[in-house]
Design a protein around this ligand. Structure first.
Ligand code: FAD
Length: 383
C-alpha cells in the first residue's frame, strides 16, 4: 500500500491487487493490535543482513521521522513504549486506514478478493493474470509479504515468480521465534513467568531488548508465526452488515451525559445508495474524524452489490446509526447530538441486528434509501 500510494503520488496509474478481502490484515495484528509502527532509534546497523547496504540506502531515503510525520498528519495518537518503540494509542486499524486513505488520495485503484496467479514478461511489459483477467504494465511490484500466517492471506507466490524468472531465493525462515534453552538450564525454569530488560550477545552481534519473558516450552510469550490461533487476530470489520429494513432493537434513552471522547478510535462506515448521496456523505467524514473516529472511504452499497452480483441491501427510510457493541453505543449518541443528519430529520439509533456478526468498536451510518424516504415522507404528508 505504501508503494502504491507513493507511485500514485508520483503520477503513475496504479492497480493494487490483493486476494484478501480487506487490505492490511497482517498490520491489524501487528504490535498486539496496536502496531509498533516505527522505532526512533532505527539505524542501518540494527539490521542483520547479508547485504547491509540495503538498509543504509532504504533508511537514507525514508526515515522513521518521515513515517511519524505521516502518522501525525493523519491525526493518529501514539506513544513511545520502551527503547524507542512507537505504538498507536488506539488501534493498528488506524495505520491501515491511513494507508488506504493515502492510496485513495493518490488515485490508486484497489482490487480486493482476486489472486494474482501468473506473471510473464513480454514486449517490454509485465502481463499479470488477476482474477481471470490479464493486466499489463511496464512496472510491477511484488509485495506479497512473508509466508507466515497463511490464514491472513500470506502465500509463497512471489517466491515462485522469482524462481520462474531465474532469480535465486534466500530460503525464508521464521524470524520471530522463541529462544529455546536446553533442558539442563534449570536456573531458567525457576524464572518462569519473569520478564526483564536484557542485552543479547551472539558472536559480534549485541543488542538490548525491552522485555524477555521466560516461559515453559509451548507457552512462549512471543508469537510464533506457525501458530496463528495464538494471535490476537481481530474480527474482520471490513464488511459492514447489509442492514435489513425491519426495525430491530430501538435505541435506549440516554440516561447519562455522553463523554466527548466516546468516538475516539471507533470505526465509522458510511453507506450510501447511489452517487447522488456522495456529497452528503462526504460532508460527514470530517466532523466525525474531529470526534476522534476513524472514517474509511464512503461505500456506495448499490455499486458494491452490483460488483458482487448480489441483491442490494434493504436499507432504511431514515438516516440511521447502527452500533455494533455496547461500547460503541455512546459514540452513536454523541454523533447524533453533535452532528445533524445531512438529509434533515433526526437520526435513528439502533443496535446492529442480532442476526449479524458485530465487530467491536464499529458503527455504521446509513443515509436513507431515497425511495423508502420519499414513501415515508408521503405517508407523513397523508398521501
Ligand atoms: C504477529 C505479527 C506481529 C507483527 N508486528 C509488527 C509490528 O508491531 N511492527 C512492524 O513493523 N511489523 C510487525 N510485523 C511485521 C509486519 O506485519 C510485516 O512486516 C508487514 O505486514 C509486511 O508488509 P507487506 O506489505 O510486505 O506484506 P503483507 O502485509 O504480508 O501483505 C502482503 C499481501 O499480499 C497478499 N497476497 C499474497 N499472495 C497473493 C496473491 N497471489 N495475489 C494477490 N495478493 C496476494 C496478501 O493477501 C497480503 O495482503 C508483525 C508480523 C506478525 C506476523
Amino acid at each position: 500500500m505504501m508503494c502504491a500510494a507513493t507511485a500514485g503520488a508520483r503520477g503513475r496509474r496504479v492497480l493494487l491487487a490483493d486476494h484478501a478481502d480487506e487490505p492490511g490484515k497482517k498490520i491489524l495484528i501487528s504490535g498486539g493490535g496496536r502496531c509498533n509502527f516505527t522505532n526512533l532509534h532505527t539505524a542501518a546497523d540494527r539490521y542483520l543482513s547479508s547485504n547491509p547496504h540495503f538498509a543504509k540506502s532504504a533508511l537514507g531515503r525514508y526515515t522513521p521521522q518521515d513515517f511519524l510525520t505521516l502518522v501525525e498528519r493523519h491525526g493518529i495518537a501514539w506513544h513511545e513504549k520502551t527503547l524507542g518503540q512507537l505504538f498507536c494509542d488506539g488501534s493498528a486499524r488506524q495505520v491501515v486506514d491511513m494507508l488506504v486513505d493515502e492510496c485513495a488520495k493518490a488515485g490508486v485503484t484497489t482490487m480486493l478478493g482476486h489472486a494474482a496467479t501468473a506473471i510473464e514478461h513480454r514486449d517490454g511489459c509485465f502481463a499479470v493474470a488477476i482474477g481471470g483477467r490479464e493486466y499489463t504494465a511496464p512496472a510491477l511490484v511484488l509485495a506479497t509479504g512473508g509466508p507466515s500466517i497463511p490464514k491472513l492471506g500470506a502465500t509463497g507466490f512471489a517466491y515462485d515468480v522469482a524462481r520462474s524468472f531465474g532469480l535465486s531465493i534466500v530460503h525464508p525462515r521464521p524470524a520471530l521465534v522463541p529462544f529455546t534453552l536446553g533442558a539442563d538450564e534449570a536456573l531458567f525454569r525457576s524464572l518462569s513467568g519473569v520478564s526483564a530488560e536484557v542485552e543479547v550477545h551472539w558472536q559480534k552481534v549485541r543488542f538490548r531488548e525491552a522485555a524477555v519473558v521466560v516461559a515453559p516450552e509451548g507457552e512462549g510469550a512471543l508469537p510464533a508465526p506457525s501458530a496463528p490461533s495464538a494471535m490476537p487476530v481481530p474480527a474482520s470489520p471490513s464488511s459492514p452488515s447489509w442492514a435489513p429494513a425491519p426495525p430491530t432493537a430501538a435505541a435506549p434513552p440516554a440516561p447519562e451525559p455522553v463523554s466527548p471522547d466516546a468516538c475516539r478510535g471507533r470505526r465509522v462506515y458510511i453507506q450510501i445508495h447511489g452517487p447522488a448521496q456522495q456529497a452528503q456523505a462526504a460532508s460527514m467524514r470530517q466532523p466525525w474524524r474531529r470526534l476522534g473516529a476513524v472514517v474509511p472511504p464512503v461505500e456506495d452499497v448499490l455499486a458494491s452489490a452490483r460488483a458482487a452480483g448480489r441483491a442490494p441491501p434493504a436499507g432504511y427510510a431514515r438516516p440511521t446509526i447502527l452500533w455494533h457493541d455496547a461500547g460503541s453505543q455512546a459514540c452513536a449518541r454523541l454523533m447524533a447530538q453533535r452532528l445533524p443528519s445531512p438529509v434533515g430529520g433526526a437520526w435513528q439509533l439502533r443496535a446492529l441486528p442480532a442476526r449479524l456478526v458485530p465487530t467491536p468498536g464499529t458503527l455504521e451510518v446509513w443515509l436513507p434509501r431515497p425511495d423508502l424516504a420519499s414513501a415515508a415522507a408521503g405517508e407523513r404528508a397523508g398521501q
